[in-house]
Design a protein around this ligand. Structure first.
Ligand code: ATP
Ligand code: MG
Length: 256
């Protein structure tokens, strides 16, 4: 499990996180919401050390990192194994097919984990990567798009490829930063559906989103960040029914 205790992070004079403590239970979906600039992306990025906190403690399983810390290669590797990020802007390689985009990160992963990968594994790392990539594409409903190039896909399909790519390396947590906000509404719905399926499969998820309808459907737990502090952390129903004026003001923007 990943947890944070009293995490702070500043960018120059901007205090993005002002002491955040919470846990991200495994096999659960935690959704982070809050106004623009409240620190949501920063918190998510701290979980896999894309941002390094200034102070506080990040605990991944039984390994605690207290900041400021000198991060070893092993610390970074552990954080990278524990979680993989899905970005708003997909970040696919345009010159690689969809299947190769998914397979690329996998080849290295397979070389490192060959002994742990059981089953009828006889072929080369490349062949195995292609096979796992195809399975993941199937999981996101894109089994027939493996040979296409990203430019031949809709934005929603490209984001589903990015989700398949992130899942391919079997991270404990999938971290998603506004996975649907670059998409037209009908494409956003198809990506949301895939993420709901992924959540139902037991995958541990942390999702930052502005889509409160989606948040309500997918969240087991909901965190409301406001100016770098947690304003709510608990059951989604308690958030949507809250009488806290800050939460009511936030929900009023979305007419909820
Ligand atoms: N790399 C950076 N350099 C400077 N300031 C940054 C950087 N990243 C974030 N910030 C600042 O830190 C604060 C929190 O940013 P963050 O991106 O975490 O907010 P957010 O809640 O994700 O916002 P949004 O909903 O707009 O994505 C903001 O004031 C932002 O301008
Ligand atoms: Mg953000």
């Amino acid at each position: 499990m990943i947890s944070v205790s009293n995490i702070t992070k500043a960018f120059g004079t901007v205090q993005a996180l002002r002491g955040v403590s919470t846990e991200f239970p495994e096999r659960n979906t935690t959704v982070i919401v809050g106004p623009s600039g409240s620190g949501k992306s920063t918190l998510l990025r701290c979980l896999n050390l894309l941002e390094v906190p200034d102070s506080g403690t990040l605990t991944i399983d039984d390994a605690a990192l207290t900041f400021p810390a000198r991060l070893s290669r092993a610390d970074r590797a552990q954080a990278a194994d524990a979680s993989t990020m899905v970005f708003q802007s997909f970040n696919l390689f345009p010159h690689l097919t969809v299947r190769d985009n998914v397979a690329l990160a996998l080849r290295q992963y397979i070389r490192r984990n060959r002994d742990a990968l059981v089953g009828d594994v006889t072929g080369s790392a490349t062949e195995l990567a292609q096979q796992i990539a195809q399975d993941r594409l199937e999981q996101v409903g894109l089994a027939d798009k493996g040979d296409a190039y990203p430019s031949q896909l809709s934005g929603g399909q490209q984001q589903r490829v990015a989700i398949a790519r992130a899942l391919a390396v079997s991270p404990t947590y999938l971290l998603c930063d506004e996975p649907t906000s670059a998409l037209d509404p009908e494409l956003a719905v198809e990506v949301s559906r895939v993420l709901i399926d992924v959540a139902r499969s037991g995958q541990s998820l942390v999702i930052v989103t502005h889509d409160l309808a989606f948040a309500r459907r997918v969240a087991d737990r909901l965190i409301f960040l406001d100016e770098g502090v947690i304003g709510y952390d608990g059951e989604p129903s308690g958030f949507f029914g809250s009488t806290d004026p800050r939460i009511r003001d936030f929900l009023a923007i979305f007419e909820i």
